[in-house]
Design a protein around this ligand. Structure first.
Ligand code: UDP
Ligand code: MG
Length: 325
């Protein structure tokens, strides 16, 4: 490799004063070794995105930058916008000055040593490299149970995500450019990146315990995140309503037959048959109608998103008059 690529790490930080210096130290060592091995260019940087922290996070980022401007940069968001938005803000800010970007949490839970393998996979032609946890031994049972349940539930609900992959991933410049065209407001990056396509692969690593501080994702936020993931990625819940509607209407036919049979066999109270029939029929009809409305809401939802309908990966053209740059 003659010209090593410029790597920008995007690290979202929300109240991370306890870990930031250690994270910076470890990343700097990693960068030095990568630069030595000529895997990345000397112009590579680590960008800390301060997501409206209430503690000294931004001051620490500023200090890191003034001590080591060749390694550390910072982005300060106007207010707390949430993990996903902070990551996107970082990526969109650096997309024109880097060749590759890696996103990673600030708490050192993701294995910094996986970065080597990610960069190597990139040089093998992969445009996206997902960091995937091979084990969850360090997570508490509760976190493991809820997190693994999350991936399975997402799949059943029709949102295809890479199993056990959080937001530790490498993306090439091409992918970042395409990500810019996803205009949706409810961000769920780990569902969006697979939609972009291109050649991708996984790098496995063991997830560590948080270096210091507390998780900024309590159960409430995690549930909201899962709900957002499903409702931003799939209209399957709406389709389920339609199916329930059909089943209810079908059951109401059976209830009809049953009620009539009971009536003619003389086993029914006066008024019972008509009541039972209408309950089942009206109930089924209502759910069915809701489902049909839901189908249209689903279409509107897809339209409002204005996602790109296709992504051109390559353009082979023999036109002579102009070179395509
Ligand atoms: N984070 C952020 N904004 C928020 C919440 C979290 O930028 O509103 C960052 C946080 O600093 C960390 C990453 O997102 O770098 C993941 O958060 P955390 O480690 O608390 O989540 P967990 O690993 O427990 O799921
Ligand atoms: Mg964490």
């Amino acid at each position: 490799m003659n010209n090593p690529e410029i790597l920008y790490m995007v690290v979202p930080c929300y109240n991370e004063e306890e870990v930031l210096n250690e994270t910076a130290k470890q990343l700097k060592a990693k960068y030095e070794s990568l630069i030595d091995r000529k895997l990345i260019s000397e112009q590579s940087r680590v960008v800390f995105v301060n997501d409206g922290s209430k503690d000294k996070t931004w001051q620490i980022i500023q200090e890191l930058h003034s001590q080591n401007p060749m390694f550390f940069s910072g982005i300060n968001l106007a207010r707390n916008s949430g993990h996903q938005n902070a990551v996107l803000a970082g990526l969109m800010t650096v997309k024109d000055i880097c060749d590759i970007a890696i996103t990673m949490d600030a708490d050192l839970q993701d294995d910094i040593n996986a970065i080597d393998a990610m960069v190597e996979e990139y040089y093998k032609g992969n445009q996206v490299v997902y960091g995937v946890r091979s084990a969850r031994t360090t997570d508490t049972f509760f976190k493991r149970f809820t997190a693994e349940g999350f991936y399975k539930f997402m799949k059943v609900m029709g949102a295809d995500v890479v199993y056990n992959h959080a937001d530790f991933r490498l993306m090439s410049k091409i992918v970042l450019k395409e990500l810019e065209n996803f205009k949706e407001v409810n961000l769920f990056l780990r569902g969006m990146i697979p939609l972009i396509g291109y050649k991708s692969t996984n790098v496995y690593y063991e997830r560590n315990e948080r270096f210091a501080g507390e998780s900024k994702y309590p159960l409430k936020k995690m549930l909201a995140f899962a709900m957002n993931g499903i409702t931003s990625f799939s209209v399957k819940p709406l389709k389920i309503i339609t199916s329930i509607g059909f089943i209810m209407v079908f059951l109401s036919v059976i209830a009809f037959i049953w009620a009539f049979a009971a009536k003619f066999l003389g086993a029914a109270e006066l008024g019972w048959s008509s009541t039972i029939c209408s309950i089942w029929f009206i109930g089924g009809l209502q759910i069915l109608c809701l489902g049909i409305i839901g189908e249209y809401v689903g279409k509107i939802y897809a339209e409002v998103k204005q996602r790109p309908r296709y992504i051109v990966a390559e353009f082979i053209n023999n036109a002579e008059e102009k070179d395509n740059t």
